[in-house]
Design a protein around this ligand. Sequence first.
Ligand code: Z5A
Length: 213
Amino acid sequence: MKQQGGRFITVEGGEGAGKSSNLAFVQSLLEAAGKKVLFTREPGGTPLGESIRELLLGHKHTGMADETELLLMFAARAEHLRRKILPALESGTWVLCDRFTDASYAYQGAGRGITRDRIAILENYVQGDLRPDLTLLLDLPVETGLERAGNRSAPDRFEKEAMDFFKKVRQGYLDIAASEPDRVRIIDASPALEQVQAQISHVIQDYLASSDG
Ligand code: Z5A
C-alpha cells in the first residue's frame, strides 16, 4: 500500500468510554497545530460502509455468525481505506478515525473468540502495511462505561452483550496496548472530562513534538 504523507490517528475504547465526547477535542488540538484533519469512523465512513454499519449495529440480524461480523467489519474497512483514508493520507491530510482494526481484535477477537492469526490475515490482506501511527485508548472499568452509555441512548446490537463480553473486550484492548506501547497510549477515562482531556492534550502534544509531520 502506498506510503502515506499525513498521519493516521485512531481513538478506541469500550462502551461509554467517551470517544464521541473527546474526538472533537483531539481534532481541535491537531488543527491548532496547523494540520488539515479528516474525521471519520468505523464501521462506516463511506456510503457503503455506513450501510454495512446499519447491518452490524441494528437488531435485524441478531443471530449473526461471528465470522460474518468480522468479515463485514473488514468489508467496510476495505471500502473506507480505498475511498477515503488512503487518498487523504496521500494528500498530506491527517486522518482521525473513531475506531479501527484494534476494535476487531478487541471485539471479534478477545470478545467473540476469533483467533489473532485469523484477524491478522484479514488485516494484512485489506491494509497491506498500513497501521495507525498513534492510537488513544480510552480505558475505564466496564461498569462505569456501561452506566455512562446507558444514560444516553437505546442500546445497539453490541451494547446488548453481557458484562463478561465487555470485560474480555477491555482486556483485549489492554493487551494490544501492552504489546505496542509506543503506538497505543492509554488514557484513564474514569475522571471528569477536563482531566481526561488534560491527558489527551499531553499525549497529542508529545506526539506532535516527536512527529516529523
Ligand atoms: N466494532 C467492532 O466490533 N469491531 C470493529 O472492528 C469496529 C467496531 C470498528 C461501533 O459503535 C460498534 O462497533 C462498537 C464496537 C463495534 N460497539 N458498540 N457498541 P460506536 O463506536 O459507534 O459506539 P460506541 O462504542 O458505543 O461508542 P459511543 O456510542 O460513541 O460511546 P463513546 O463515544 O465511547 O462515549 P460518549 O458518547 O462520548 O460518552 C458516553 C456518555 O458518557 C455520554 O453521556 C457522555 O456525556 C458521558 N461521558 C463521557 N465522558 C465522561 C466523563 N469523563 N465523565 C462523565 N461522563 C462522561
